[in-house]
Design a protein around this ligand. Structure first.
Ligand SMILES: NC(=O)c1ccc[n+]([C@@H]2O[C@H](COP(=O)([O-])OP(=O)(O)OC[C@H]3O[C@@H](n4cnc5c(N)ncnc54)[C@H](O)[C@@H]3O)[C@@H](O)[C@H]2O)c1
Length: 331
């Protein structure tokens, strides 16, 4: 998607969140007209999300709506007549980045309604609206969690998804809904499977945030298992670049968006000790249900179709997250 192409009106759902706020910021800086929806779920403090969109709210080409996707009147918010027949609309110009979700693997046990409502029902509601309105692209933020625990690495889009957490099941259900609306109503959907994202504004339930904060506060860090589990970590700027380039992807595709390399939890702690110049205090606890041993993204398809080329270097990205977290804690 070209910069400064003002013909794009863009909706970002979950704009107050970690990834949504970064994505909206990039789009606003690129001169697009961006509308953000956010309902401030209580999964983590509202104040963090308010802070994420502080800059955005001051920008003339950004409009914020505190709304829940389960009840929002999308036609009113987007000022496109829902009753207009598709042929009367000038051209397919609305792009929807659907990032709103109830995230978190571990919290998903036993709390399935929050996940089914925000990840499945909210997604279908938005797809229902999209099917009646000509849109240029509907991008669904999915997750590597749909693959489940597999030795078949790297994970390629053709692998049979077998999620091992209720969260993964609901994200996969969202993918299936996208596929249904793409097949039956030609909603121009592209599905992106993000692999563990890190950087400034990372959610407080995520590992790097917890590690860094514990080291700042001289607390023990809980390591699930023996620390040899690996993840394909993806820097936030790469996620944003991959997500924006997906606007021009062929419809109906599923694409992995990963960092391209795998790192163990132990190695992450070494890097953090080096950045913070202090030893981490570790406490080993049992593996958590729903956690997978390894993730590794095969990004061949994204490289080919999106010209996706992740640039994030772990040491630099972690330093940026450390500096951000330090600034929020000392503010
Ligand atoms: N962070 C990661 O590593 C990662 C990895 C894979 C996939 N994802 C996906 O990326 C997306 C963004 O994740 P994130 O880490 O930024 O999470 P986040 O929790 O920071 O952001 C999601 C936002 O959506 C909002 N929201 C939830 N339900 C809503 C509803 N019904 N109406 C309006 N707003 C609602 C929440 O309040 C939250 O601010 C999610 O779809 C998530 O499943 C994230």
């Amino acid at each position: 998607m070209r910069k400064k192409n003002r013909s794009h009106k863009i909706l970002v759902t979950g704009v107050g969140g970690f990834i949504g706020s970064h994505l909206a910021e990039r789009l606003v800086k690129d001169q697009h007209e961006v509308i953000g929806i956010e309902c401030f779920t209580d999964y983590y403090p509202r104040g963090m999300k308010e802070k994420n969109i502080e800059w955005l709210k001051k920008q003339p080409n950004f409009k914020f709506h505190e709304e829940n996707l389960l009840t929002a009147d999308f036609g009113k918010i987007l000022k496109v007549s829902v009753s207009a027949s598709p042929s009367r609309l000038p051209e397919r110009q609305l792009v929807i980045f659907h990032l709103a979700a109830q995230a978190g693997v571990r919290a998903s046990w036993g709390e399935i309604e929050i996940y089914t409502e925000n990840n499945i029902r909210a997604t279908q509601r938005l797809l229902e609206w999209a099917k009646d309105n000509r849109i240029k692209k509907f991008i669904y933020a999915s997750s590597s969690s749909v693959y489940g625990d597999t030795d078949d690495l790297p994970m390629t889009e053709g692998n049979l998804p077998k999620p091992v957490s209720p969260y993964g099941v609901t994200k996969l259900a969202g993918e299936h809904l996208c596929y249904l609306y793409s097949n039956n109503y030609r909603v121009p959907v592209t599905i992106l499977r993000y692999f563990t994202v890190y950087g400034p504004r990372q959610r407080p339930d995520m590992a790097f945030y917890k590690f860094i904060r514990a080291m700042f506060e001289d607390r023990e860090i809980e390591i699930y298992g023996d620390g040899t589990q690996t993840r394909d970590f993806t820097y936030i700027d790469d996620i944003v670049a991959g997500t924006i380039s997906a606007v021009d992807a062929p419809d109906g595709e599923i694409l992995n968006i990963g960092g391209g390399t795998r790192t163990s939890v132990k190695d992450i702690l070494d890097v953090l000790e080096n950045i913070l110049q202090k030893k981490a205090k570790l406490k080993y606890v049992s593996v958590q249900k729903g956690d997978v041993k390894h993730t590794a993204a095969d990004i061949t398809k994204a490289r080919k179709l999106l010209k996706y080329n992740p640039q994030g270097k772990l040491e630099d990205g972690l330093s940026n997250e450390v500096n951000w977290l330090k600034s929020t804690l000392t503010r």
